[in-house]
Design a protein around this ligand. Structure first.
Ligand SMILES: Cc1ncc(COP(=O)(O)O)c(C=O)c1O
Length: 411
């Protein structure tokens, strides 16, 4: 708390602009922690919530259902690759992961494999801040205090051309032991790790091994879902489909907290039984809140429009062009892009990390220029709302370009 920057008081926000109490305006170039895909205070979503609020604001989601949840389930199943069948609602990204892990472990228990409890995850993974999510995430400063309470996980590195043979070997060896319940991964982009990216071909190879060994594959699309990677879902780049997907963040366009965990019919069937002990006993008070579902329905209506799909393609192209203009700068170590995500790794004296000291200097610099960018250590990234204009993007690019000279000179 003491070392964090003093919070900026925001009074209002519209599209990509944040209006602060002191009169300053900022362009939100990271969609407020990656949630705000259609920009701030979007009227269509706001109206959908208002209409829902005067119809049905909430109803317990045990023994009851309601129209926004039914509509959202249908919409999601239609939009996702046709392999998926059922939706489980929760509150945010972390709880969607908790649900996925519990679902995978109980699936095996329900069908008589109580020893299948091991989880495999990637090095440097981030899946949220609840205990299960922290357990499958990388052990680091963020969760150090809780280490004694986190369950053990087997780890493999994200695949690269260099390590793929060894990574496949390691995965196969662990899989062969026979106690692995699930393999969880952030498909194609590890967000919190600093926008680390890897190829869909390599992920396909790992999923193939996992499937051959009866391991449930969980794609954590909390960050990558809803257009971020250039397709509606990162798994659309894959030949091999996971069994479970976690979704949140962009699902409501940043209006309401909501998490969903999507699974196949095969997983669902293991819970659908006369024996009550096979029930998936997991629920939150606000599970499938109608206002959140109404926001998600409206957000998805917007996502599938030609206009929004074109905006995603235009941002992707624009970021690619911008990258070519800075790639040769001495302060740029590496540039990575997947769809509407562009990451610029700065070449500092310190090693690449969330705690790289350039972070606060860079953050303050961007804020002083009216651009809200929140570098992950020495990784500056752009992940804008899809409604960002070419003019706003040009402003973001100009400030980043200048920052490379200014920050480099002072580094
Ligand atoms: C891949 C991934 N999974 C899970 C989460 C946790 O989501 P939430 O912050 O909504 O709990 C995040 C958050 O950044 C994430 O990037």
């Amino acid at each position: 708390m003491k070392t964090a920057p003093y919070p900026v008081h925001i009074l209002q926000a519209k599209d990509c602009t944040l209006y602060a109490a002191d009169g300053t305006e900022y362009i939100d170039a990271i969609a407020s922690w990656w949630v705000n895909i259609h920009g701030h205070s979007n009227e269509y979503i706001a109206n959908a919530i208002a209409k829902q609020a005067s119809t049905l604001e909430h109803i317990i989601f045990a023994g009851f259902t309601h129209t926004p949840a039914i509509d959202l389930s249908k919409k999601l199943i239609e939009l996702l690759p046709n392999h998926f069948a059922k939706i489980f609602f929760s509150d945010d990204g972390s709880t969607s992961v908790e649900v996925a892990l519990k679902m995978a472990i109980q699936y095996w228990s329900n069908i008589g494999h109580k020893n299948k409890t091991t989880i495999i995850a990637f090095d440097n993974a981030y899946h949220g801040d609840t205990f299960g999510a922290m357990s499958v995430a990388e052990r680091n400063e963020f969760n150090a205090a809780f280490n004694p309470f986190l369950f053990e996980v087997k780890r493999i590195p994200i695949p690269t051309k260099k390590n793929i043979i060894n990574t496949k070997k390691k995965l196969s060896e662990w899989a062969a032991i026979g106690d692995v319940a699930a393999f969880i991964f952030e498909p194609l982009v590890q967000g919190a790790a600093g926008m680390q990216m890897y190829s869909s071909e390599h992920l396909d190879e790992l999923i193939t091994i996992a499937k051959q060994q009866q391991i449930i594959c969980i794609a954590d699309e909390v960050m990558t879902g809803f257009g971020r990677t250039g397709k509606n879902f990162a798994i659309e780049y894959l030949q091999q489909q996971p069994d479970i997907i976690c979704l949140s963040k962009g699902i409501t366009g940043g209006f309401m907290p909501l998490g969903v965990t999507v699974c196949t019919e095969q997983i669902f069937d293991a819970f659908y039984a006369d024996d009550a002990s096979k029930t998936f006993y997991h629920g939150h008070s606000y599970t499938a809140n109608p206002l959140a579902c109404a926001a998600a329905n409206a957000s998805m209506d917007l996502l599938v429009t030609e206009k929004c799909q074109q905006q995603i393609q235009d941002i992707t192209k624009s970021l690619t062009i911008f990258a070519t203009t800075i790639v040769a700068h001495s302060f740029v170590k590496e540039i990575r892009q997947r769809g509407t995500i562009l990451a610029i790794e700065l070449n500092t004296q310190e090693h690449s990390s969330y705690f790289n000291s350039i972070q606060s200097t860079a953050y303050q610099y961007y804020m002083s220029k009216g651009i809200f960018l929140r570098p992950l250590g020495n990784i500056v990234y752009i992940m804008p709302p899809y409604c960002i204009t070419q003019q706003e993007l040009a402003q973001v690019y100009a400030v980043i370009k200048d920052s490379l000279d200014v920050l480099f000179a002072n580094a």
